[in-house]
Design a protein around this ligand. Structure first.
Ligand code: ZN
Length: 507
C-alpha cells in the first residue's frame, strides 16, 4: 500500500489546481474575500510581500529617471471618450459615479441624491487624466522626456473574479511618459519591459518570455504592446507586466503638444506601462507546493522565523534570551542590501505553529530548544526543500551563512521554475498535434494539460480567433528574439508564416 503523505493544503495541486490556489491564499494568510463583490482584503503577510515588490520595482524605475506623482481616482466621462479605441476597450468594466449625496428616501433608508452633471468614472487606468496634466506640463522640447509613475488602485468591474489574479479593485503602478521622438518612446517602452522581466526573474524567481502582443490582444488605444508571460504550474500563461507604445494617439486626444528645437509645434510620443498585485498570484502558482506558498527570499514578507521551544518558565527564560540574541545578530546583517527580516513566534500552540509558517512560505524556519542551546546549535528547515528535511547546525555557522542560504533558496526556486518552463514548452508544427496538445484527456475541469506551444502563425486575426474559439488558446506573444524567425506554414490555415509565436491557455 502506498504511504499516504499528509499535506497542509487540501486539495493538492494534482487533485484540483484552482481550488488548491484558493486554499493556499487562505492557509498562508495572504488575503481574504471582502464583503464587497469582487474585492479582497490583503492581510499583513500578503501586504508585506506586495511592499517588497513595490520597493524593488520603485527603485529600478527611479534609476532610469522616473519620478512618482499622484493623480485623481475619478475621471470625467468626457476624458475617457477622447480616445475611441480606449473607451471601447474599457466601457464594459467601468464603475461610474453618478451622485454626490445621500438623502433619506420615502422608505426611510438612504438613497443617492444630487445627480452629477457629468458622471465620473472610477479610473480603470489613467492615460486620459494624466494626459490632461501632461498637456499643461509640456510646452517645449526642453520639458521632455517627462517620466512619471503613480502607485495606485484601479477598478475594473470584472464579472468573474479570482483573488490576486482578477479582482474588481486592484493595486498597481502605472507609468506614463512623454517624448519628443517616436524612437525615444519606443526605447522607453522596451526599457520598462526589461525592468519587468528583471523583477520577475531576479526577484520573483519567475522565468518569463518577452514578446509583443498581436493587434487583437493589444492595449486599447496602443500602437504596440510589449509583455512578459510566465508559465504557471497548471501550464497556463500569466501575463505579468505590459509596456505600451502609444504613438501620438493619446497626445492628440489630450493635446500634449510641444515646440521642437525649430520652434515648430508637434504632438508628443507617449508610453504607459503597468504591473499589479496579480504578480502575487504568479508567485503562488510558480513556487507553491501542497504545503502552501513558497516565498522567494528577495521579496519574502520575512526571511527567517525563529521558533523557541520550552516546557517551563525556567526553560522559557533561557530559550527566549538565546532567541533574542540570535535575532539581533541576524537583523544586523544585510541580504540584498536590506536588513534581514526576522519574525519570532513564541506562541505556545505546539506543532500547529511550525505548520503555520510552512504554509506561510517563510524561506527559513529555525527551531530553538534547550537541547539546541546546550550544544550551541539551531535546528534549521529550508522551505524550498522537503519540509521534513531539517538539520542541526552550529549557531555561529548559521549566522555566518544565512545570506548564502537565502541566496541559494532564491536560485533554487528560479532554476526549478526554469526547468518546469522548459519541460512544458514545445515546438509544434502540425495542426493535429497542436489540437491534441491543448485538448484535455478527461472531463475533469481541473485536468492539467497544454503548456507553451511555439507554432507558426500567418498573422491573420481570423486564424487567431478560430483557435481561441476552438481551444480557448490565445497567442500570448510574438517573442522578441529572432530564434523563431524561420519560414513555415500557419498552424491554423497552412498559409505562409515567417515566425513562430507563443500559444497557450491563459489567466
Ligand atoms: Zn493562418
Amino acid at each position: 500500500m502506498a504511504k499516504v503523505v499528509k499535506t497542509a493544503i487540501s486539495p493538492t495541486r494534482e487533485q484540483d489546481y484552482p481550488e488548491w490556489y484558493q486554499q493556499v491564499i487562505k492557509a498562508s494568510d495572504l488575503a481574504e474575500r471582502s464583503v464587497v463583490r469582487g474585492c479582497m482584503v490583503i492581510k499583513p503577510w500578503g501586504y508585506a510581500l506586495w511592499e517588497n515588490i513595490v520597493n524593488s520595482l520603485d527603485g529600478m524605475f527611479k534609476e532610469t529617471g522616473v519620478k512618482n506623482a499622484y493623480f485623481p481616482l475619478f475621471i470625467p466621462l468626457s476624458f475617457l471618450e477622447k480616445e475611441a479605441e480606449h473607451v471601447e476597450g474599457f466601457a464594459k468594466e467601468c464603475a461610474v459615479v453618478t451622485h454626490h449625496r445621500l438623502e433619506k428616501g420615502p422608505e426611510g433608508g438612504l438613497v443617492p441624491a444630487g445627480p452629477l452633471t457629468e458622471p465620473l468614472i472610477v479610473r480603470p487606468t489613467s492615460e486620459t487624466i494624466i494626459g490632461d496634466s501632461f498637456a499643461r506640463w509640456v510646452n517645449s522640447y526642453r520639458d521632455l522626456p517627462l517620466l512619471i509613475n503613480q502607485w495606485a488602485n484601479v477598478v475594473r468591474w470584472e464579472m468573474r473574479t479570482r483573488m490576486f489574479l482578477r479582482t474588481s479593485e486592484f493595486l498597481w503602478q502605472e507609468g506614463h511618459t512623454a517624448h519628443a521622438t517616436a524612437q525615444e518612446a519606443m526605447e522607453r517602452t522596451q526599457l520598462m519591459l526589461d525592468i519587468y522581466a528583471k523583477l520577475a526573474e531576479d526577484y520573483l524567481a519567475m522565468p518569463v518570455v518577452r514578446g509583443r502582443k498581436t493587434p487583437l490582444e493589444r492595449f486599447p488605444g496602443a500602437v504596440d504592446t510589449l509583455c512578459i508571460e510566465a508559465l504557471m504550474q497548471d501550464r497556463k500563461a500569466l501575463q505579468a507586466g505590459t509596456s505600451h507604445f502609444l504613438g501620438q494617439n493619446f497626445s492628440k486626444a489630450s493635446g500634449i503638444r510641444f515646440q521642437n528645437a525649430e520652434e515648430k509645434e508637434e504632438f508628443a510620443w507617449t508610453t504607459s506601462w503597468g504591473a499589479s498585485t496579480r504578480l502575487i498570484g504568479g508567485v503562488i502558482m510558480t513556487h507553491g507546493d501542497d504545503d502552501g506558498i513558497i516565498m522567494p527570499p528577495r521579496v519574502a514578507s520575512a526571511h527567517v522565523v525563529l521558533l523557541p521551544i520550552f516546557k517551563n518558565p525556567e526553560e522559557r527564560t533561557k530559550v527566549m534570551e538565546f532567541t533574542a540574541n540570535l535575532s539581533k545578530e541576524l537583523t544586523d546583517q544585510f541580504y540584498d542590501h536590506k536588513k534581514i527580516r526576522v519574525e519570532i513566534d513564541d506562541r505556545d500552540i505546539g506543532g500547529a505553529r511550525g505548520w503555520e509558517w510552512i504554509k506561510k512560505g517563510v524561506p527559513v524556519r529555525v527551531e530553538i530548544g534547550p537541547r539546541d542551546i546546550a550544544g550551541n546549535s539551531v535546528f534549521v528547515g529550508r522551505r524550498d526543500l522537503g519540509i521534513r528535511e531539517k538539520k542541526s547546525m552550529p549557531r555561529d555557522r548559521f549566522v555566518a551563512e544565512i545570506t548564502l542560504m537565502l541566496d541559494e533558496i532564491q536560485k533554487n526556486l528560479f532554476s526549478r521554475a526554469r526547468i518546469y518552463l522548459k519541460e512544458n514548452t514545445h515546438t509544434i508544427d502540425d495542426s493535429k498535434t497542436f489540437y491534441d496538445y491543448f485538448t484535455p484527456k478527461s472531463k475533469e475541469p481541473s485536468e492539467i494539460h497544454g503548456g507553451f506551444s511555439y507554432s507558426h502563425w500567418c498573422g491573420s486575426g481570423d486564424c487567431e480567433t478560430k483557435i481561441k474559439n476552438d481551444l480557448s488558446v490565445t497567442i500570448r506573444c510574438i517573442p522578441l528574439t529572432d530564434e523563431n524567425g524561420d519560414n513555415g506554414s500557419c498552424i491554423c490555415c497552412g498559409n505562409k508564416s515567417t515566425q513562430r509565436v507563443v500559444f497557450a491557455k491563459a489567466y
